[in-house]
Design a protein around this ligand. Structure first.
Ligand SMILES: [Cu+2]
Length: 361
């Protein structure tokens, strides 16, 4: 019901705000949970709501915690240690996410005995469970997989030995197109409430001590993943910010990697960590497909309507502050090899081509 209303409202304010965006949905082992629209009541969601599609700026910003004025969600989703969590994003128009350069990181924190629906995330002791930058040995970014269409997702694995209990996932896109100078980076944090069953093997301790950080505080304004003058240079190495991966996420007792680390079994094109198209983790049947075909093009056909809506509802969404910066972000993709994705549905391929044409790439 909420999702349908959300889609209707998406259609109502199409262009103008393609540059930023919000989390659009979560899949836990294939089960879909939509994310609230900005300012939407989060009572019927597992994703905490935010009040803006704009990025969070500044590593000391309190909104770096769970997003702009994040509000606790009413629901908590069932999951298990070892579950796959896939996440999709939309731009401010409800179309396809546009940022491709930077990091994708996922943290988790115990919500304690009180549970996540009432948990104050400012107190959360977050440990890192996955981090992604470029596909190994390439200049292709994992984040770009979110730009392939409404079903483009990024995913990670819940550490298989995490104890039972309620946890907050802090998912964060670190858009680096302006991160060549200090303070330019755009953070897009989103928090998701889950409840883990007991692990099938011996539980580890919940990470603590040096493995945990709070937000704000988890990133420094000058660390390489946040400030990187070379981020567009071919062959440059990008290191996502924050603490190292928690030990619980790095190696599981079977010896395989988990936690969405990019080192998957020696393949030159990892497939286990980011799924760029609808797949087992993103069943098309239940996925919310935004109807906007404007993508990142930002036409002006419906400008009047958008402005009217903004006047009526207040500044739900602000115009992008620096369009030139976003143009710059697209430049490197001229040289970019085709994304290393196996199967892209025709519909999405068409969309990708169209948006490239519209952006003049
Ligand atoms: Cu943006």
């Amino acid at each position: 019901m909420f999702a349908q209303l959300a889609l209707l409202s998406l259609a109502a304010f199409a262009p103008l705000v393609a540059a930023h965006g919000t989390l659009s949905g979560v899949w836990i082992d294939g089960k879909h949970y939509p994310a609230p629209m900005p300012l939407e009541n989060p009572a019927q969601y597992i994703v905490r709501s935010v009040n803006s599609v704009d990025p969070v700026k500044g590593t000391n910003n309190p909104d770096l915690n769970c997003g702009h004025n994040a509000q606790k969600a009413g629901l908590v989703a069932d999951a298990a240690p070892g579950s796959t969590v896939a996440l999709s994003w939309r731009n401010g128009e409800g179309g396809t996410w546009v940022h491709r350069v930077g990091g994708v990181v996922n943290f988790m924190a115990s919500c304690g005995n009180g549970g996540c629906a009432t948990f104050d995330s400012a107190k959360a002791e977050f440990f890192k469970v996955s981090e992604l930058g470029k596909y190994p040995g390439t200049d292709n970014w994992y984040m770009a997989d979110l730009t392939t269409g409404p079903n483009g997702t990024t995913s990670f694995t819940i550490p298989p030995t995490l104890p039972a209990g309620e946890y907050l996932i802090r998912h964060d896109l670190i858009a680096m197109h302006n991160g060549l100078s200090e303070g330019g980076v755009e953070f897009y944090p989103a928090c998701i409430q889950i409840r883990l069953s007991a692990p099938s093997r011996t539980a580890s301790a919940i990470p603590s001590g040096k493995e945990v950080v709070t937000f704000p505080g988890g990133y420094s304004p000058t660390e390489p993943g946040v400030l990187d003058p070379n981020v567009f240079n071919p062959g440059s190495v990008y290191t996502p910010p924050g603490p190292p991966l928690a030990a619980i996420a790095v190696a599981d007792p079977n010896g395989s990697t988990s936690g969405g680390s990019s080192s998957t079994s020696g393949s030159d094109a990892p497939t286990g960590t980011i799924v760029a198209s609808s797949s087992s983790t993103t069943p098309g049947s239940s996925s919310p497909t935004p109807t906007s075909t404007g993508g990142g093009c930002g036409g002006s056909r419906q400008k009047k309507r958008v402005i009217k809506r903004i006047v009526q509802q207040g500044p739900l969404i602000k115009r992008h502050a620096n369009k030139a910066a976003h143009k710059r972000q697209e430049l490197p993709s001229k040289k970019r090899a085709p994304a290393p994705t196996a199967v892209v549905p025709v519909q999405e391929r068409t969309f990708a081509v169209r948006s490239r044409v519209m952006r003049g790439i």
